[in-house]
Design a protein around this ligand. Sequence first.
Ligand SMILES: Cc1cc2nc3c(=O)[nH]c(=O)nc-3n(C[C@H](O)[C@H](O)[C@H](O)COP(=O)(O)OP(=O)(O)OC[C@H]3O[C@@H](n4cnc5c(N)ncnc54)[C@H](O)[C@@H]3O)c2cc1C
Length: 535
Amino acid sequence: MNQTFDYIVCGAGSAGCVLANRLSANPGNSVLLLEAGGRDTNPWIHIPVGYYRTMHNPATDWCYVTEPVPGFNDRRIKWPRGKVLGGCSSINGLVYIRGQREDYDHWRQLGNMGWGFDDVLPYFLRSEGQTRDTEPGDDGFHASDGPLVVSDPRVHRPLCDDFIAAAENVGVPRRDDFNGAVQEGVGYFQTTIDRGRRCSTARAFLHPEKRRKNLKVITGAHIEKILFDGRRATGVRFRQGNQVLEAGASGEVILSAGAIGSPQILELSGVGAGQELQALGISCVHDLAGVGENLQDHMQVRSVYKTTRPMTLNNEVHSLFGKAWIGIQYLVGRSGPMAMAASHVSAFTRTTPDVASPDIQFHFQPLSADAPGKGLHPFSAYTSSVTQLRPESRGTVHIQSPVASEYPRIQPNYLSAQRDCDVTVAGLKLSRKICSQPPISAKTASEYLPGLEVDSDTALLEYARQSGETIYHPTSSCVMGTGKDAVVDERLRVHGLDRLRVADASIMPTIVSGNTNAPTIMIGEKAADMILEDN
Ligand SMILES: Cc1cc2nc3c(=O)[nH]c(=O)nc-3n(C[C@H](O)[C@H](O)[C@H](O)COP(=O)(O)OP(=O)(O)OC[C@H]3O[C@@H](n4cnc5c(N)ncnc54)[C@H](O)[C@@H]3O)c2cc1C
């Protein structure tokens, strides 16, 4: 192709689509957006419940698998990542959560000026298309003009209401808005669903702008490396089918390939731990030891409770009439189970009063399965999964070959820090406590998983090691900061190199206390502003 653009955005995921939109808003800027996956034409992408079809599907998911995880009894874990326009926002669980004020204030305390909560709030608002009634300046936490639709669930199931009431009975306050002044509490999630259809970042930020002549989007384009002239990024090399192509960037190259893809591309390009790269036969452009280090993720451990009578989605999907009714609800009113996010209700709370803000999150689902994405159980049951919000365990992601198509080695190192073990066990106990409270206790027949016989701390931890899974939030493999492990500075420029930035979930200095899609979209918004200011 050998064409030159002002900006090349590498990866069309949650952050990449935002960047492509904002950078090309000025017709004077030419922008190339490269995406390894295909167009988002699969109808299941757009139906909220479709993540059951798009996750673990090689047409839309990279289908990564981790190395054996010691803290998980050496189990390998599936790590889905979106490989399609919209990236993970096209296959995710649709939950809209920003995290806690303290997360961003902590980033600023680490030396990242401009990343405190008050600094980043305007970027959350810029993208937000809140469907609740909000007057400008209402409470300052929401905006309705942005392209990313944020809406309330259309259906409230009685069992979800029961879980909320039971959590209130153990002292968790009811919360109608997790993204307002206070996150702590229990209530329904808001979601990125627009009148029954998924609002991915491709749908929100790319498709409305497809007529822009200065924005070129190429799918099926697997980026193999960044091209350098000395220390200056000048373009990228990518493979499309059998062809190897190059594109030049007269302005900047921006990596938005996600927490796996961005460190992988850097290492393939000779940016990373020099000795390790040389051992793979890659000549080192810049020795930057932090690339691929500090990997963080939220893990989930699920408790499953059988109900006294049929009342969960398990029953509906296992009956012909139930299935037909689910289909009719969606076809007629874009409502019902097909229009719902992966989890319906959440609780953010503390395992001990000693922590300054909630340290665990529950995801409640009126359904159950042996593992996320597997077929629902043939009996009626519900799931309460617990997630530690600020894990201390740190993992790594590194290439194992100079060949771009070979997957990197992912080691999340779950449950390697004692604190993570303690918080997880405390969370499992709290789940049990909530589900034994009225009104949900009256509908609960028995604890199916882990089962009441699993009652000591040691046994509960063993259950977590045996059954824990990712909740799909990898971050921080190219952290922003100033220390020896930092990969980018506070303006997301790669340390020691020119005209190269990283802008996606990989730059989070520490994982946020909540689901990671909205924070990544915020990073895309803020990165676009900084790039336009600096050029
Ligand atoms: C199954 C699942 C459920 C989730 N549920 C939720 C949820 O309910 N709520 C929430 O807030 N978060 C959720 N998340 C997490 C959230 O979606 C992600 O944190 C967020 O989308 C990450 O955005 P990103 O821009 O960093 O990366 P991505 O969205 O992964 O984008 C990276 C893009 O780069 C492309 N790419 C990578 N390498 C290359 C290459 N070499 N060449 C070209 N292109 C490349 C990828 O194909 C991808 O499109 C979920 C994630 C998954 C996978």
